[in-house]
Design a protein around this ligand. Structure first.
Ligand SMILES: [Zn+2]
Length: 288
């Protein structure tokens, strides 16, 4: 079976992107897996620190591994935004396939030091674990927002600088980089998020020479995705849109049948809603 590194290399060659979707429970995991399986494309499951605390770090690893082995399927597990070396180590020790060290709020120097420490630990783990670094602030919320979050400035001077990105990648040895290119976490209420800076994506991609990861994909337009993927983005993160679909479906299910008490019955529409959103995204990211 292909490794995550091989799947990313293949995506880069084909100029497509692998979808990364977050979960907080087993329902979302099944919805995402069924969507990927239906299209026969690799997929990455993400768990943030909060989601990891809720699901269980080792439990998340065991769940994804169980599907990978039973179905012989390229489904991978990523520790999404991880803010300390200790938690990076915990995820690597638990068997995650990749980890994001998010030092975007630290000084450049501190970000480099800890990201490098994470890369060294991953290389010494005896398994292939990929490390993603982050440079440039893109907000921290996976909600529906009324306005662009504070600190996420969308003018060019606050986007990730290509030269700095190159310096960061050379100094740390990270496998992938999440830049700030006009993207932010969460999505705006009632509309499409502001446009991505495609030119900047292109410049960063050619400066660093490693795959770029686009965070905060919920709310961006299809045209933006298409151009971002054509210019060096090989993984796209979607979280908020899945959360909204799941919440709405479960809410409707409970309203439609207030007498139902079996969770496997009233949660079923939630699984289907996640599957539908993820199928649409995967089709698009994979040019299908
Ligand atoms: Zn993110």
């Amino acid at each position: 079976m292909k490794s995550l590194r091989e799947c990313i290399a293949e995506a880069s060659e084909k100029k497509v992107a692998i979808g990364h979707f977050n979960i907080s429970n087993l329902e979302a995991l099944w919805g995402i897996f069924r969507a990927a399986q239906g299209l026969n494309v690799p997929v990455i499951i993400g768990v943030s620190e909060g989601e990891r605390d809720f699901v269980g770090v080792k439990q998340a690893a065991a769940l994804v591994k169980s599907i990978r082995e039973e179905y012989q399927y390229p489904i991978f597990l990523n520790a999404d935004h991880t803010y300390s070396f200790e938690r990076v180590k915990e995820a690597i020790d638990a068997g995650f396939d990749s980890v994001i060290f998010d030092g975007a709020k630290l000084s450049f120097k501190e970000n480099v030091i800890i990201a490098k420490q994470c890369v060294d630990y991953a290389r010494s783990s005896g398994r292939e674990v990929l490390i993603e670094g982050e440079l440039g602030f893109i907000g921290t919320s996976s909600k529906i927002l009324d306005e662009v979050p504070e600190g996420v400035m969308l003018d060019e001077s606050s986007l990730t600088n290509p030269e700095k990105a190159k310096e960061f990648v050379l100094a740390t040895g990270v496998d992938m980089l999440a830049p700030a290119v006009g993207n932010f976490h969460g999505m705006l209420r009632g509309g499409i998020d502001p446009k991505l800076n495609i030119e900047r994506i292109k410049e960063i991609s050619s400066a660093v020479g490693i795959p770029l990861v686009l965070h905060g994909g919920s709310g961006n337009s299809e045209d933006d995705f298409k151009q971002a993927i054509a210019n060096g983005v090989n993984i796209v993160h979607i979280n908020t849109e899945i959360r909204v679909a799941y919440r709405d479906a479960v809410k409707k299910s409970l309203q439609d049948d207030p007498e139902e008490v079996a969770p496997y019955k009233f949660l079923k529409p939630g699984v289907k809603a996640v599957q539908d959103v993820v199928t649409a995204k995967l089709r698009f990211f994979n040019n299908l």
